[in-house]
Design a protein around this ligand. Structure first.
Ligand code: ZN
Length: 330
């Protein structure tokens, strides 16, 4: 296995997604070194080897956002009850259907859940854990971490940890950043909060390692892609409009075909695929069949490792970060 390591500078104030475009920049060009965080990526030229001889890996993941998000953060959701119910449909109704489908197929999944959703639908969230699935952090009310300073991010993580302990008696070890990006000090905030893996970035189709300056242990990143986000093809609502100025709900056949092709490519090359699905979007009566057919298609290959993000991260750490291996404790 050929392996090389590249250290990418992450300048203070520069977002991780932007820094990749400047991977050739020398660190000294990036300003005050003491203020920099570093992203270290393991560039493995051959496909990863997955457990028990599996050819590729799939970590099914769902964001159980409920009604949290921008409209809750700016308060407008409290005068828009229809929009509230569009979100609450996720934990209240779609989640049970989705759990039944996953449990029938014996497929584990990870649910990234804003803590506000746990507070308001604790029994539904407890059912996720009872079904053998994983729950992980996703903000308190789906805050955009890149808009918060370090103390603001710490406050969200501390409040979330209290909610998970109080209602579910557990502490997550995973995190997916709400709203698609984070700030230069987010990795440090997460590590200090006990987070050991993230599924927030877009920089690879295999897991890789992130480092916060001054912290010895790396954090595993399990990157996702918008192609595997059901919002991109199926989300649709009015007031606020989504998609803005674009009337469409994509053909279900086309959507399923797109997802299958993404899986086929990932499986062919022995990579790791995760999803950004939302129960309120694809856990509806007519759409759950898309997920069923996608999972059945994966199962039909016979040599796919379907695992929670937590198990994928632990395995990656054990096998790709010698000297850093440690057990995650929830
Ligand atoms: Zn979300």
């Amino acid at each position: 296995m050929v392996r090389s390591t590249v250290t990418l500078p992450l300048q203070q104030g520069m977002r991780a997604s932007q820094s990749h475009a400047h991977s050739a920049s020398a660190p000294e060009e990036s300003g005050n070194g003491s203020q920099m965080e570093y992203v270290e990526r393991q560039l493995v030229q051959t496909a990863p080897r997955w457990p028990e001889g599996h050819h590729s890996c799939v970590a099914l993941a769902f964001d159980l956002d409920g009604p949290t998000g921008d409209a809750m953060l700016n308060g407008s959701i409290w005068t828009n009850p229809s929009y509230f119910t569009l979100g609450s449909y996720g934990p209240w109704r779609a989640l049970g259907r989705l759990l039944d489908m996953l449990n029938e197929r014996r497929v584990p999944a990870t649910f990234f859940v804003p803590a506000w959703v746990v507070e308001n639908w604790p029994d539904q969230c407890a059912a996720i854990i009872a079904g053998g699935h994983e729950i992980a952090y996703h903000g308190y009310r789906h805050e955009a971490f890149w808009t918060l300073d370090r103390d603001g991010q710490r406050e969200v993580m501390e409040r979330s940890a209290e909610v998970f302990a109080k209602y579910l008696g557990m502490q997550p070890v995973g995190f997916r950043t709400p709203s698609g990006d984070w700030g230069p000090d987010t990795i440090r905030v997460l590590m200090e909060a006990g987070v050991r893996y993230s599924s927030s970035m877009r920089g690879d189709d295999r897991p890789y390692l992130l480092h916060a300056e001054g912290i010895a242990e790396p954090m595993v990143e399990i990157p996702g892609r918008w192609e595997l986000d059901d919002y991109a093809s199926l989300a649709y609502h009015r007031n606020p409009d989504f998609p803005a100025s674009l009337d469409r709900i994509a053909s279900y056949d086309t959507t399923l075909d797109n997802w299958r092709r993404e899986f086929d490519g990932s499986h062919r090359d022995g990579l790791c695929l995760t999803t950004l699905f939302h129960p309120k979007v694809s856990g509806k009566p007519g759409r759950i069949a898309l997920l069923e057919r996608l999972i059945d298609h994966m199962h039909a290959q016979g040599d796919v490792w379907l695992a929670t993000c937590r198990d994928v991260a632990q395995w990656w750490l054990d096998n790709n970060a010698s000297g850093h291996a440690q057990e995650f404790s929830a």
